[in-house]
Design a protein around this ligand. Structure first.
Ligand SMILES: [Fe+2]
Ligand SMILES: [Fe+2]
Length: 290
């Protein structure tokens, strides 16, 4: 059963598919770590779609919206399934553009995991690469794209101009709310991200599913992997504490595997499945609740 959202179809799914957001992030950040200056200038019909996506994201991701989504989804009363089956479930997300060149969700996750494994990292890091986007199942529960993917950022305090398309925050009710529109808003200086509410999406959702099972660096990677305005742009140093700074080294280590491990050669699922099933057995419970 899909949740009833009070948005029009256009407001729910402005992107052709949710990978379009990932591809756009890839456009933004070159492999040598530089931000492309021409990012916002080039002429590309995809651009308008992404722009509309961010307009909706920045307009609606307010403090109250996030609280409402947390209330709605962090009770995990929708499904109970094995982790691998949740991956298969995620893979039912229909991709309606460029079917020839697009890799499906499972392939992106396997490629991320395999790239981490090839570099000799610990097995929990490989597992993290494999599951990091599992929270995108939110799309299958009828959630709007802009409440599943997209750059994440703190709510409850001023939006950083380091967030992509910051001008769209002017439409957000919190922008003119005195409780939320100052540098610290409802938070205190260096309060630590554990005390900060992030915008709602697949990162935060999966963090709550996994928080009892994986080492803390893995949880940081899952929870903050789309927080580009901090891990790439350092726009929220003032809310971070020393522990966050230590853990963000892992988030930064993870990011290139997410962005640059995409190869057009699809991994052979049947060959890799036993290894990943083994990792799931080692760290995660028999079933998880979504
Ligand atoms: Fe992601
Ligand atoms: Fe990803």
């Amino acid at each position: 059963m899909k949740e009833q959202n009070s948005f029009s179809e256009k407001e729910i799914n402005p992107l052709h598919n949710i990978e379009q957001w990932d591809e756009d992030v890839l456009e933004r950040y070159t492999e040598d770590g530089k931000t492309k200056n021409e990012y916002r200038n080039y002429d590309n019909p995809q651009r308008d779609t992404v722009r509309e996506f961010y307009r909706l994201n920045h307009t609606y991701q307010s403090y109250d919206f996030v609280q409402q989504k947390r209330e709605e989804f962090l009770q995990f009363k929708r499904k109970q399934m094995r982790v691998w089956d949740a991956m298969d479930f995620l893979n039912t997300l229909v991709d309606d553009s460029d079917p020839d060149i697009e890799l499906d969700q499972l392939q992106h996750l396997l490629q991320t995991g395999e790239a981490i494994r090839a570099d000799g990292h610990p097995d929990w890091f490989v597992l993290t690469g494999f599951i990091h986007d599992m929270g995108k199942v939110l799309c299958l529960f009828g959630e709007p794209q802009w409440a599943v993917v997209g750059d994440t950022f703190p709510v409850g305090c001023a939006y950083s101009d380091k967030i992509v398309y910051p001008e769209f925050f002017a439409n957000n009710p919190d922008y003119s709310d005195d409780r939320f529109n100052t540098k610290y808003g409802i938070y205190a200086e260096s309060c630590g991200l554990r005390n900060v509410t992030m915008s709602w999406g697949h990162d935060e959702y999966l963090y709550h599913i996994m928080k009892d099972y994986l080492p803390e660096p893995a949880l940081y990677m899952i929870r903050y992997h789309s927080f580009y305005s901090q891990h790439r742009e350092h726009g929220y140093e003032h809310l971070m504490d020393d522990h966050d700074r230590e853990m963000f080294e892992w988030v930064k280590k993870f990011n290139p595997y997410d962005l640059y491990s995409k190869s057009p050669k699809p991994p052979v699922v049947a060959e890799l499945k036993p290894y990943y099933e083994g990792l799931i057995r080692k760290y995660l419970p028999e079933t998880i609740r979504l």
